[in-house]
Design a protein. Structure first.
Length: 272
């Protein structure tokens, strides 16, 4: 066995420590610059365009019944949008189930405006020039909760059931990579390339993450909702597609939203 002089070993250790310190500092500088970039973009957030279009769609008489969504009850009374998003998902007695905003909108589009379910779900996610009406309305309704503290109550047994299922899903490992939501979002200081991964088991990260969706994605030129965010996470885990508005999607959203309670809502935001 080759024995190296103690001086050489100490020199190598010092070099490694210096390299690690420089790397950590470089990483910190990168995160800071990305945050500065986001703040600069926020002054002219294109999500404003989705909000304006969503408000028009909310008030526009549409569908076979030619009525607006202004009588749609999002949980705070017919037509009330202020503060509604901050209390969703929640149980709706008229539907007999827990709903997030997207599924509630589909419910109102079918029961009040007369759209078929297939028509209402024709384009849940936008794609370039092919914009989604649902994403626009979500932007408008979500924007009406800016500054309102998250308050998902879990007062109804069905809400508590949804939270428990969502929690189980968050930690469930599966798929070809044996992944769970917690694989990426269950520990601090994780990152994919330049993207920090929030630790959703820690209150501050959970609050910051949830309250900044929906968001305009600069890299896609689209406004994206939490239903889209979960769908994309499932895609990256190589899981089967998460069905839009499914019980599973609402359960996971209930878990994430409840964990953000107490934080002021601050969306639509802007992301890379």
């Amino acid at each position: 066995m080759i024995r190296l002089p103690v001086a050489v070993l100490l020199l190598g250790a010092a070099a490694l420590a210096a390299s690690a310190g420089a790397h950590a500092q470089s990483g910190g500088d990168t995160i800071k610059k990305i945050e500065e970039y986001r703040q600069a973009l926020a002054d002219g957030n294109p999500a404003d365009l989705w909000e304006a279009r969503g408000e028009d769609l909310w008030k526009q008489q549409r569908g076979p019944k030619a009525v607006s969504l202004e009588k749609c009850d999002l949980g705070k009374g017919p037509g009330v949008v202020n503060g509604a998003y901050a209390e969703l998902p929640r149980y709706f007695a008229d539907a007999g189930q827990v709903m997030d905003l997207e599924t509630r909108l589909v419910h109102c589009m079918t029961t009040q405006q007369g759209f078929t379910r297939a028509e209402a779900l024709k384009r849940p996610f936008g794609n370039g020039a092919d914009r989604s009406d649902i994403e626009a309305i979500v932007a408008y309704v979500a924007g009406a909760s800016r500054g309102v503290k998250m308050n998902v109550a879990l007062a109804h047994p069905k809400e508590r059931e949804a939270y428990a299922l969502g929690q189980k899903m968050f930690y469930y490992r599966g798929g070809p990579h044996d992944f769970a939501c917690a694989t990426c979002h269950g520990e601090p200081n994780k990152r994919i390339r330049l993207q920090d991964l929030p630790n959703l088991t820690e209150t501050r990260d959970a609050q910051k993450a949830y309250t900044t969706w929906p968001a305009y994605r600069v890299s896609q030129g689209e406004l994206r909702t939490m239903q889209w965010r979960l769908n994309d996470c499932f895609r990256q885990q190589r899981f089967p597609d998460l069905q839009f508005g499914s019980e599973a999607s609402i359960a996971l959203l209930t878990f994430l939203a409840r964990n953000a309670n107490g934080a002021p809502f601050n969306a639509p935001a802007i992301k890379r």
